[in-house]
Design a protein around this ligand. Structure first.
Ligand SMILES: [Zn+2]
Length: 186
């Protein structure tokens, strides 16, 4: 909810998430401002329809899906084709435009002056050089601020590493900015 607030205040431009739980979307962040790099368990898509037709569900669509097996067992009401989940498993390459939204993530990274990494081990994310502007010289890359209780492979590159809980750090940040964390509204 803090992140959604910071976006509304134009202090955060874009959110890149590895979570599949769809919570960033539920927090009220607009679709354009989020890249769910590993999918969203509440969204299934028809890739036969052009453009892809999305079905946003209130239930988990991944109950029958698995690695390399993405069909959800439901069909598109428009064209009758099998729907698929949007999840990117370890070892898979995500190809869906949405909800992965790689284009916006790459664009945001290229313009960012700061990247705040909250609670990710960064073990998978470090493999996406586009997110870190690794083609730019180190002095021109975005400043990294990492909040994590454990070591991450990006610690040596961080302007600041905070060994703390994300909730605690975000509460302090919001206090400092004089912003109230909005209540989550189901
Ligand atoms: Zn369809």
């Amino acid at each position: 909810m803090s992140i959604a607030c910071l976006h509304e205040q134009k202090l955060v431009q874009h959110v890149v998430s590895q979570n599949c739980d769809g919570l960033h979307l539920r927090s009220g962040l607009p679709r354009t401002a989020i890249s769910e790099l590993h999918g969203n368990m509440y969204i299934e898509v028809c890739t036969s329809c052009i453009p892809n037709r999305e079905y946003v569900r209130v239930f988990d669509v991944t109950e029958r899906t698995a690695l390399h097996r993405h069909q959800t067992g439901r069909t598109c009401h428009k064209c009758g084709a099998q729907l698929r989940d949007t999840i990117v498993h370890f070892g898979e390459r995500g190809t869906l435009g949405q909800p992965l939204n790689w284009e916006a993530a790459t664009e945001a990274a290229s313009k960012a002056d700061t990247i705040l990494c909250l609670g990710s081990s960064l073990k998978v994310l470090k493999k996406y050089p586009r997110l870190w502007c690794m083609t730019k010289p180190p002095s021109r890359r975005p400043k990294l601020y990492i909040v994590n209780l454990q070591w991450t492979p990006k610690d040596d590159w961080a302007a600041l590493k905070l060994h703390g809980k994300c909730d605690d750090v975000m509460q302090l940040l919001m206090d400092e900015l004089g912003l109230e964390i909005p209540l989550y509204n189901r």
